[in-house]
Design a protein around this ligand. Structure first.
Ligand code: MN
Length: 209
């Protein structure tokens, strides 16, 4: 069974003006598709390709060494983008509610403080990568970043936390260059307007179980 490119859960122009339709089209149809295709190629003839992609990237130490880098990069790319599309939506933004809001207050000194720290992580990631809001084994929130297509779920195999991401922002230039050129900060400022906090809260509730 091969991995497949998930459809975007909304039209390509749904996140305008924060993220333009052309960027969404190239990002999803070409970049994400390439991760899926290359992941399938790397795993040809290997049973691990039957695992859900999150479980696959949690077990990089079990992946044969000669395809491990390919699975790390392309499995990460597939998992990261699959999540990214679903934590955004049309007319979203605003603030988290309920238990997620309370946890941000308790663990990250409140929503405004969280946004500042998260944006600083995203700005500070040199080159390509992601910034994440994650949940650790005890249910506590943390802000992390990763290089390239690494994911906190990859854990000790790559020196990552093993935490579960519930929100992530793609800071590869391909995520913003067409509209924002080199202005990563402008992209990040606009990105908050499309974050679907209900979707993030769902992930938070599941991660704590
Ligand atoms: Mn990307």
């Amino acid at each position: 069974m091969a991995y497949t490119l998930p459809d975007l859960p909304y039209p390509k122009d749904a996140l305008e003006p924060s993220i333009d339709a052309m960027t969404m089209e190239i990002h999803h149809d070409r970049h994400h598709k390439a991760y899926v295709d290359n992941l399938n190629k790397a795993l040809e003839g290997n049973d691990m390709g039957n695992l859900p992609v999150e479980q696959l990237i949690m077990q990089l130490d079990k992946v044969p060494e000669k395809i491990r880098t390919g699975v790390r990069n392309n499995g990460g790319g597939h998992a990261n983008h699959s999540m990214f599309w679903t934590i955004m939506g049309k007319g979203k933004g605003g603030q988290p509610k309920g238990p997620l809001s309370e946890a941000i207050q308790k663990d990250l000194m409140g929503f405004d403080h969280f946004k500042t720290d998260f944006a600083a992580k995203a700005m500070g990631r040199f080159g390509s990568g992601w910034a994440w809001l994650t949940v650790d084994k005890s249910g506590k929130l943390a802000i992390e970043d990763s290089a390239n297509q690494d994911n906190p779920l990859m854990g000790s195999a790559i020196g990552a936390s093993g935490n579960t991401p519930i929100l992530g922002v793609d800071v590869w230039e391909h995520a913003y260059y067409l509209k924002y050129q080199n202005k990563r900060k402008d992209y990040l400022d606009a990105w908050w307007n499309v974050v679907d906090w209900d979707a993030v809260a769902d992930r938070f509730a599941k991660a704590k179980k």
